[in-house]
Design a protein around this ligand. Structure first.
Ligand code: 5GP
Length: 114
């Protein structure tokens, strides 16, 4: 359901999170189950369920998420190398139906991803 997911509750401050960035378009907070020393989620306020649902009108918003990711990487001291992940749908590991970027850093990453 569009109006009911865990990230929306965090955005609306109905449940707590370690928020490190907020602006009119997105909220960023530390992942509750970090997969790297730094693991931040960058979440648009607009509910877009999956990457497959993006529309032309969302292009500016998606660019903004990337700008925030780069700024947070610098702020968090991981801009010597970091990974951005966007899981699309269950098969790719998406568990929360609200598009989000994972910003991971503070360790080396391997390729291919799991
Ligand atoms: P996905 O699997 O959809 O790509 O990513 C969802 C992420 O949200 C996971 O990394 C998971 O640990 C994180 N997550 C799920 N519930 C919560 C929560 O209540 N608070 C925070 N901070 N992160 C959460």
């Amino acid at each position: 359901m569009l109006g009911d997911n865990i990230f929306l509750k965090i955005i609306e401050k109905k449940i707590p999170a370690r928020i490190i960035h907020e602006d009119e378009h997105c909220v960023a907070f530390h992942d509750i189950n970090p997969q790297a020393p730094v693991h931040v989620l960058i979440v648009p306020r607009k509910v877009i369920p999956t990457h497959a649902d993006i529309k032309a009108e969302d292009c500016e918003l998606l660019g903004h998420l990337h700008l925030v990711a780069a700024q947070l990487a610098e702020k968090l001291g991981i801009n010597d190398g970091y990974r951005l992940v966007l899981n699309c749908k269950e098969r790719a590991g998406q568990t929360v139906p609200h598009l989000h970027l994972h910003l991971l850093g503070g360790r080396n990453f391997t390729w291919p991803p799991g």
